[in-house]
Design a binder for this molecule. Structure first.
Ligand code: PEP
Ligand code: MG
Length: 898
């Protein structure tokens, strides 16, 4: 076992690491090592590996053999490099202890600063810096941080004590606390720990502090918020975190010191400008925690001009080196600039697109890299609605536009409420003073986030941008009363449960549900998508049932309709009545009468779709759902009948009785038919092609409607390519039968119109037997389209309608990695898809094959479609851009791995 190998290397000095060692040293450790070796001003230190973290977790939370002694040796080297002594009472070495996983999880795990301070070293620091106030301030911060993160004492206990002390000063700021206050506060903090931990003291031995802090960082890999973050961002649990132990530098050594964060480009919109914030006389936590509102980085040019110039130079160097936008943390200690870390900066979808395209134009990366670099799902943010500028809206407050997009929801004030209300199906907006990592579960379910405090790099802003959730921070006009359940401004009071709207692109908080508007896609987007289209092999179509949806899809770049669900056309009130008439018909003749009424309606709808898709293929699926879905509910009908009978008993005139008796008769007829059509398991009942088999007149009417619309379109010079698709086939005989009906009617229509046009007849493969029998089925099919919704349902034996209740539990408990209705189960259902493609093409090598289940718009499922050689994917209109980009990425990755 690794953890028993004493001589295994668990610890690397920054001078030993390399950027390629990310998996072992974590992103932060690898980058800090790289910067150290490039000669940048990085405070010295060392990294304890992710392997050590995994060994620790596996071995009952014990450090692996040899790790601690290697850490002590590395620390001795750092002492030698700096001339400071850890635990020394002259010129004490203080360190930060920070987590750093291979994949960045901003704000999710723990950091301890100023470690090494105790009652003696604090005096050493005071003497060395000739600033006792500073030393005491560092010490009180350390005790609170250590107490909270390592000893698990609630953070509020320390902040409440601090608030009490601040009240004793003239202007109430923490920088106003004098030495006496701080001395006293330190004792109060120690007592808080002692009481909360039932007699455990804050440890005075620096080595004990270090040992405990390292263990706490390892432990933080498995906190609720970290686990939740990994689940949402699909980061594997077994990566582990590295621990970086680094010499402290101080941004809070007076007004010639400061600390900040800088992005090499704007992470909200991608503009090529250094974007960042800093605070003078502060430590890093002050910027990130949003406790003080920081200044724009460019104001530094006046306050600390030399450091500013040097920082700008380093920023450029780092971006050029990593060839990507960087997120850099720095500290200035008494005029000397230190770079604490650099990492690839998180950005919004819009920024990702802009930066990728700009970097190609600048010659920094090639087009393939640009296309691969934008996460396909992130495009969703670009398609987000914005507030309709014509909408009448009352602005309650404004803040910083931290993450773009407009969202409406009801106000909640705590993360737990967020969870409760969202589980009840409410869209919610989480309103907080500021957020901390403990709020993550509430942030994850929010439509938008609003905070009263904090800057553009505060926790709320960073996390929201990462998730693509609209967010406003620093809306300082609002006051929040969590206990009372409302927030207020001078003019307004907004209660928990009230609706508000957030415009994360402008920073406006609006009262009520405000109308939103669809976005316009800019040049950068069009350029990137143009490149992607040139790189992909999969076609991208849309699932659309109306002319309007079809044109939306076409504007987003759809190359055809992959699925038109004709049943959706029957749901309007007037249409439903005719549909019911058709279903309730006693005999064929009566059914034909109703079908004749449906014919022009369908023909009109198809014509609209053909017009919208002029020149592109349109796949129209024949009626699929069980007929009773169009009829009233059986139990409700029974109640209505009972009520009618009651009324009859109470009626006082013959005319009334007569009228009611007639209504009763009608209701009984309906009830009788509904009862006849009732099925114990309708999903596996009389639906799909089974309807057309028993009622061929329905197939006939629908075929006529499609072909007549096609002929009329062609007569208007619209190019049409109709594809008629037979659903839920499991035997080739079913398809043969339905194909014969379709062909007969189609030819008859063409004869009547005296026209020729290309039409195709194909089938959905959405039952396991259809996949298995695909070679036989292909004899009668011009194309296949995988209905992976039903195929998932029937392969798993999981009801599409009922599994929502328990499937999330499977995912949380990791019994399944994903919900198989969202992400294609490649191992299981995927086998049937692959087999279906292979067998179909055994019979017809050029068989066109697509997918039209929900998975057709999901990037990982699209990659699978590329691997098994599908011709196209089809998805909802708004996912078309995502599918186009994902298809290009799938093709590029396949080429790379070939
Ligand atoms: C499917 O089953 O995947 C499909 C596209 O059809 P529907 O969702 O309409 O059943
Ligand atoms: Mg289906």
């Amino acid at each position: 076992m690794l953890y028993q190998q004493r001589d295994h290397k668990w610890v690397y000095l920054f001078t030993e690491g390399r950027t390629e060692m990310k998996a072992l040293l974590g992103g932060k450790g690898a980058n800090v090592a790289e910067m150290t070796q490039a000669g940048l001003p990085v405070p010295p230190g060392f990294t304890i590996t992710t392997e050590a973290c995994n060994a620790y977790t596996q071995y009952e939370n014990q450090f692996p053999e040899g790790m601690w002694s290697q850490a002590q040796t590395a620390l001795a080297q750092v002492e030698a490099d700096t001339g400071k002594q850890f635990g020394g009472n002259q010129n004490p070495l203080l360190v930060s202890v920070r987590s750093g996983a291979a994949i960045s999880m901003p704000g999710m795990m723990d950091t301890v600063l100023n470690l090494g301070l105790n009652d003696e070293t604090v005096e050493g620091l005071a003497q060395f810096t000739e600033n006792r106030r500073f030393a005491l301030d560092a010490y009180r911060r350390f005790i609170a941080m250590f107490g909270n993160i390592v000893m698990k004492v609630p953070h509020e206990k320390f902040s409440r004590a601090l608030e009490r002390f601040k009240l004793q000063t003239d202007s109430g700021r923490d920088t106003d606390l004098g030495e006496d206050h701080l001395d006293e506060l330190i004792n109060v903090y120690k007592r808080i720990i002692f009481t909360d931990r039932h007699g455990d003291e804050f440890p005075q031995d620096p080595f004990e502090q270090l040992r405990m802090a390292i263990a706490a960082v390892f432990d933080s890999w498995n906190t609720r918020r970290a686990v939740e973050y990994r689940r949402i961002h699909r980061i594997p649990d077994d990566l582990g975190t590295a621990v970086n132990v680094q010499v402290m530098v101080f941004g809070n050594m007076g007004w010639g010191s400061g600390t900040g964060v800088a992005f090499t480009r704007n992470p909200s919109n991608g503009d090529k400008e250094v974007f960042g914030e800093y605070l003078l006389n502060a430590q890093g936590e002050d910027v990130v925690a949003g406790l003080r509102t920081p200044k724009s980085i460019h104001e530094m040019v006046n306050e600390l001009p030399e450091s500013y110039q040097q920082l700008m130079g380093i920023i450029q160097r780092l971006e050029a080196h990593y060839r990507d936008m960087q997120d850099i943390e720095f500290t200035i200690e008494q005029g000397k600039l230190w770079i604490l870390q650099t990492r690839t900066g998180k950005r919004t979808g819009a920024a990702a697109v802009t930066i990728a395209v700009d970097m190609v134009d600048e010659g920094v990366i090639d087009r393939e890299t640009a296309v691969l670099r934008v996460e396909a799902n992130q495009l969703d943010q670009l398609l987000h609605p914005t507030i309709d500028p014509d909408a009448d809206a009352t602005v309650v407050a404004t803040g910083l536009p931290a993450s773009p997009g407009a969202a409406t929801g009801i106000v909640v004030l705590t993360p737990d409420d967020a969870l409760v209300y969202s589980e009840q199906g409410h869209p919610i907006i989480l309103v907080r003073h500021e957020t901390s990592p403990d709020d993550f579960h509430g942030m994850a379910v929010a439509e938008a986030i609003l905070t009263a405090r904090g800057g553009m790099t505060s926790h709320a802003a960073v996390v929201a941008r990462g998730m693509g959730t609209p967010c406003i921070v620093g809306a300082d006009a609002i006051q929040i009363s969590e206990e009372e359940g409302y927030f207020y401004t001078k003019e307004h009071k907004v209660r928990r449960g009230d609706w508000i709207t957030i415009d994360g692109s402008t920073g406006s908080v609006l009262l009520g549900q405000v109308a939103t508007k669809q976005p316009e896609l800019g040049d950068h987007y069009l350029t990137l998508m143009g490149w992607a289209d040139g790189m992909r092999q999969l076609g991208v179509r849309a699932n659309a049932d109306t002319g309007h949806d079809a044109s939306v899809a076409r504007n987003f770049g759809a190359e055809g309709i992959g699925l038109c669900r004709t049943e959706h056309m029957f749901f309007g009130d007037d249409r439903l009545a005719i549909m019911r008439e058709m279903i309730l018909a006693e005999d064929l003749a009566a059914r034909q009468v109703a079908l004749e009424k449906l014919l022009p309606i369908q023909r009109h709808d198809f014509l609209e779709i053909f017009k919208a898709m002029d020149g592109l293929p349109v796949t129209i699926r024949l009626l699929d759902p069980p007929l009773h879905e169009f009829l009233p509910n059986f139990e409700e009908l029974q109640v209505e009948l009972y009520e009618l009978k009651l009324k009859t008993q109470q009626a006082d005139t013959f005319a009334k009785i007569d009228q009611l008796l007639h209504q009763i008769w009608e209701k009984e007829q309906l009830l009788h038919r509904v009862e006849q059509l009732r099925e114990a398991n309708p999903m596996l009942g009389h639906r799909g092609c089974r309807l057309g088999l028993l009622y061929p007149e329905v197939t006939e009417m629908q075929t006529r409607a499609v072909m007549e619309a096609a002929c009329e379109a062609q007569a208007q010079n619209i190019a049409v390519q109709p594809e008629i698709m037979i659903p839920l086939v499991s035997a080739e005989t079913e398809l043969r039968h339905q194909r014969a009906v379709v062909e007969r009617v189609a030819e008859a229509v063409l004869g009547t119109y005296g026209m020729k046009l290309d039409y195709h007849i194909g089938t959905m493969i959405e039952l396991p037997r259809a996949a298995l029998m695909a070679d036989r089925i292909a004899e009668h099919a011009d194309f296949f389209s995988f209905g992976t919704n039903d195929l998932t349902q029937t392969t798993f034996g999981l009801s599409r309608d009922d599994s929502g209740r328990f499937l999330s539990h499977y995912v949380t408990e990791k019994l399944l990695t994903d919900d198989p209705f969202q992400v294609l189960d490649q191992n299981g259902v995927g086998q049937l898809v692959q087999l279906g493609v292979e067998r179909g093409r055994q019979t017809k090598p050029a068989l066109k094959v697509g997918i039209c289940g929900e998975h057709g718009g999901e990037p990982r499922s699209i990659a699978f479609c590329q691997e098994v050689g599908l011709n196209y994917v089809s998805c909802s209109p708004y996912r078309v851009p995502i599918a186009r980009l994902a298809a290009a990425q799938a093709a590029l990755r396949q080429q790379k791995s070939a």
